[in-house]
Write a protein that binds this ligand. Structure first.
Ligand code: MG
Length: 380
């Protein structure tokens, strides 16, 4: 029987690759029930024509969408994600807007293929608690979490998660070069082609810090038992160590098609677009290094913030997003991203939160404070 899937963020990097995966799987595996996009209605229209969804959402330019009734606004996004017709929803939208629709879908018992980082970073305890209560699967799309998901059999026997990081474009650059790098250099990721925000986060290694926080929630593992290892070839996507000393790793050539496909077809496997035979001898060598916390202070900060828990990851995530967009807009320099985020984290400290509304209220407050700070940042 065909599975009904909705893709939230269908015109983004993960969304478009997911549609390629679904197309390659053939007509009898999935039915595209819903497509939700931002302002790229030209691409959305092409997707509507090709996949004939039953529901369509657009956050902007609704009048230019070729569909009879286009959903919009916060309620519209929740409606398309939580529609009980869905068997699975791919949450591929980036930013905080992924959180509420994900929770709404979980509460309606719909499995989630999760590519949205903010969902677990901002509200990991709430989201995982609701998933458990509603017997819903949270299937990770990110390559590292997909790898861990594939390597974990019995959680009780796991002693450590080993999360790999390519090291990004600045792995072998000096601190001087990093401080003086422009947007083009930051966006020049050596291994992965991704959206602009996550590519900046991959240069600062903030992305890896966010992934550690996600892994802590997804797999219910203490921060002391999660290790980050730099692995420039991006062939070992992550690994799990068991209490007997055995380590199981998941390997493959870097391609997001594979983890996307695994998340939506779990527990089945199919030949996919980029499934080709793997050769250890072609790769010849795999390197592993300890992360340099002095060169990548965002990673150190994120690990501390994760440990603090509660409101701390909400604050860091919001400040980081605002700082990254300010960098992309040319308002601040590369090093200022850390300076700004660290200052905001210190200013806010840890406060008590009661539910999703508190989280969003804090998120808004942090963004306003970060924006107010930005123009005054001394660019070094
Ligand atoms: Mg990743």
């Amino acid at each position: 029987m065909k599975q009904k899937i909705s893709i939230i963020g269908s015109t983004g990097s993960i969304g478009t690759q997911a549609l390629e995966v679904i197309e390659a799987l053939g007509n009898d595996r999935f039915e595209i029930y819903g497509l939700a996009a931002g302002g790229n209605t030209e691409l959305l229209n092409k997707q509507i024509k090709k996949f004939r969804p039953k529901k369509v959402y657009a956050s902007k330019n609704i009048e230019s969408v070729d569909f009879k009734k286009v959903l919009s606004g916060e309620d519209g996004l929740e409606e398309i994600a939580s529609d009980r017709e869905n068997d699975i929803v791919l949450m591929a939208v980036s930013g905080r807007w992924g959180l509420k629709p994900t929770l709404a879908a979980i509460r309606n018992g719909i499995d989630i293929a999760l590519a949205n980082k903010e969902t677990l970073v901002m509200a990991g305890d709430i989201v995982m608690g609701e998933a458990k209560a509603n017997n819903v699967k949270i299937l990770p799309v990110d390559s590292e979490h997909s790898a861990i998901h594939q390597c974990i059999k019995n959680l009780a026997d796991v002693s450590k998660l080993i999360i790999t990081a390519s090291g990004g474009p600045f792995l072998n650059k000096s601190s001087y070069d990093m401080a003086h790098s422009d947007i083009k250099q930051v966006l020049n990721h050596p291994r992965w082609k991704m959206g602009r925000k996550i590519t900046v986060d991959s240069a600062t290694l903030m992305n890896k810090g966010l992934e550690v926080i996600e892994a802590h929630h997804l797999f219910d593992i203490d921060y002391n038992n999660i290790e980050v290892v730099i692995h420039p070839q991006s062939v070992v996507h992550s690994a799990v160590e068991y209490k007997d000393g055995s380590v199981i790793a998941q390997l493959g050539m870097p391609s997001m098609h594979i983890p996307i496909q695994y998340a939506i077809t779990y527990p089945e496997r199919f030949e996919g677009i980029e499934s080709k035979s793997f050769s250890f001898t072609d790769i010849a060598r795999l390197d592993f290094l300890k992360p340099d916390f002095d060169k990548f202070p965002c990673l150190k900060l994120a690990l501390e913030v994760g440990r603090s828990g509660g409101s701390a990851p909400v604050v860091m995530n919001a400040a980081n997003e605002e700082a990254v967009y300010a960098f992309l807009d040319g308002v601040i320099g590369y090093n200022d991203i850390y300076t700004v985020v660290e200052k905001i984290c210190k200013d806010f400290g840890t406060i008590s939160l009661n539910g999703i509304d508190d989280i969003f209220e804090l998120d808004n407050e942090v963004r306003a404070k970060t924006k107010a700070l930005l123009p005054g940042v001394e660019i070094v």
